[in-house]
Design a protein around this ligand. Structure first.
Ligand SMILES: *Cc1c(COP(=O)(O)O)cnc(C)c1O
Length: 378
């Protein structure tokens, strides 16, 4: 059997162990220390905005704290993009709140501003003004942030940006994750950079960051004994994993470049194959890190389905994956409100994510190209 080609696998830069050794040498083996501070500084510098970053145990934890800081409580409603990973929506349920799902639009596959506006109007008319909006930059593609930000501002609803997949992406030259009241990042094993597991909350003010750090370290009041006035969480990032993060930040620009090259590889490969579209930036206002390269296959034009291609890849020990199944189609969220048409549903039917890692070799690319060329020439 040929070696496995993964969709997206960890890609170390080289200095990660150096930072971990420093942590061991100084005995900073705890959820605080110089690597946590250093990683936060690195992220703030990279995002290059008027923001503060809190390093946390996961992107999901960051999203949970963002909802708490936005005042989301039991029985509230929170608007969320339907086409996304479940971790975008689950923290809404952690708070005992109800998600309201929104369809995608065709250009970016992200939240449709028209459906968003309709949903807000309708929820308000039912006496349920949404407490927050969660927009996602899927596969690294920036959402239509001008439209979405202005709708959020018009109705005075805080915007939370799920930029878990979009570190290194930009919209009109501004980093994804720095548009909303809060942004969240993920460093899980398959993301563009990884700390093995981890996340971060991007905050607008030092005060918001302080609150996130307070809540993520069990909400201890300022007293010599353990005193608590709020429910706390154990969500802070460890100084060991932050060491991996510091090493990864040294190579982040290279990783973005390599992922974008993978996208160009697919654009080139599919340029003469009718009925297949490679997911691409709608204009030069959008700069995607192309965390995952994805295609849509028109079954009528090609006579083939994305499932046929997925199984063909599998036979060659190559991983590919259908696009995220929209949340409004998930059994766990059955019956929750949904606004939109069938854009996300159709994308799910016909879309496939292809191997996109920054560590793929020429040999890997040749294997991938052969599968695709053979598959579509039959
Ligand atoms: C990975 C991911 C998350 C969750 O991040 P974790 O660090 O795995 O908790 C949230 N949203 C999206 C869109 C993701 O891809």
């Amino acid at each position: 059997m040929k070696n496995k080609i993964w969709l997206s696998s960890p890609h170390m830069g080289g200095n990660e162990l150096k930072y971990i050794h420093e942590a061991f040498d100084a005995n900073w083996v705890a959820p605080l220390g110089p690597n946590v501070d250093g990683f936060e500084k690195d992220l703030e510098k990279f995002l290059n905005g008027d923001i503060k970053v809190a390093a946390l145990s996961a992107g999901t934890a960051a999203l949970h704290l963002a909802l708490i800081e936005c005042g989301v409580e039991h029985g509230d409603e929170v608007i969320c993009q339907s086409m996304t990973f479940s971790a975008s929506a689950n923290p809404i349920a952690y708070q005992g709140a109800v998600p309201v799902f929104i369809d995608s639009e065709e250009d970016t596959w992200n939240m449709c501003p028209v459906a968003l506006q309709k949903a807000i109007e309708d929820r308000i008319s039912k006496g349920k003004k949404p407490k927050a909006i969660i927009v996602v930059h899927l596969y690294g593609m920036p959402a239509k942030m001008d439209e979405i930000s202005s709708i959020a501002a018009k109705y005075e609803i805080p915007l939370i940006e799920d930029a878990a997949e979009a570190l290194g992406s930009e919209y009109k030259g501004k980093a994804c994750g720095t548009f909303g009241s809060f942004g969240i990042l993920s460093f899980n094993g398959n993301k563009i950079i990884t700390t093995s597991g981890g996340g971060a909350l991007v905050c607008r003010t030092q005060e918001d960051k302080n609150k996130a750090v307070f809540l993520s370290t069990q909400a201890r009041d300022n007293a010599p004994h353990y005193q608590h006035s709020y429910i706390g969480y154990n969500y802070r990032m460890s100084n060991i994993t932050a060491g991996i993060g510091r090493g990864q930040m040294e190579v982040l620009n290279d990783r973005v470049e390599a992922r974008r090259n993978m996208h160009n590889f697919y654009v080139d490969l599919f340029k003469d194959i009718e009925g297949v579209e490679v997911f691409s930036e709608p204009s030069d206002e959008y700069y995607s890190n192309h965390w995952l390269s994805a295609i849509t296959i028109d079954p009528v034009q090609t006579g083939k389905t994305r499932e046929d291609l997925r199984l063909t890849f599998l036979e060659e020990n190559i991983e590919s994956r259908p696009l995220w199944k929209p949340m409004h189609l998930q059994p766990v969220f059955s019956g929750v409100p949904y606004y939109g048409e069938k854009v996300a549903e159709n994308l799910f039917e016909n879309g496939l994510c292809l191997p996109s890692g920054s560590n793929l070799t020429d040999d890997d690319r040749n294997r991938i190209a052969k599968v695709i060329t053979d598959f579509f020439s039959k």
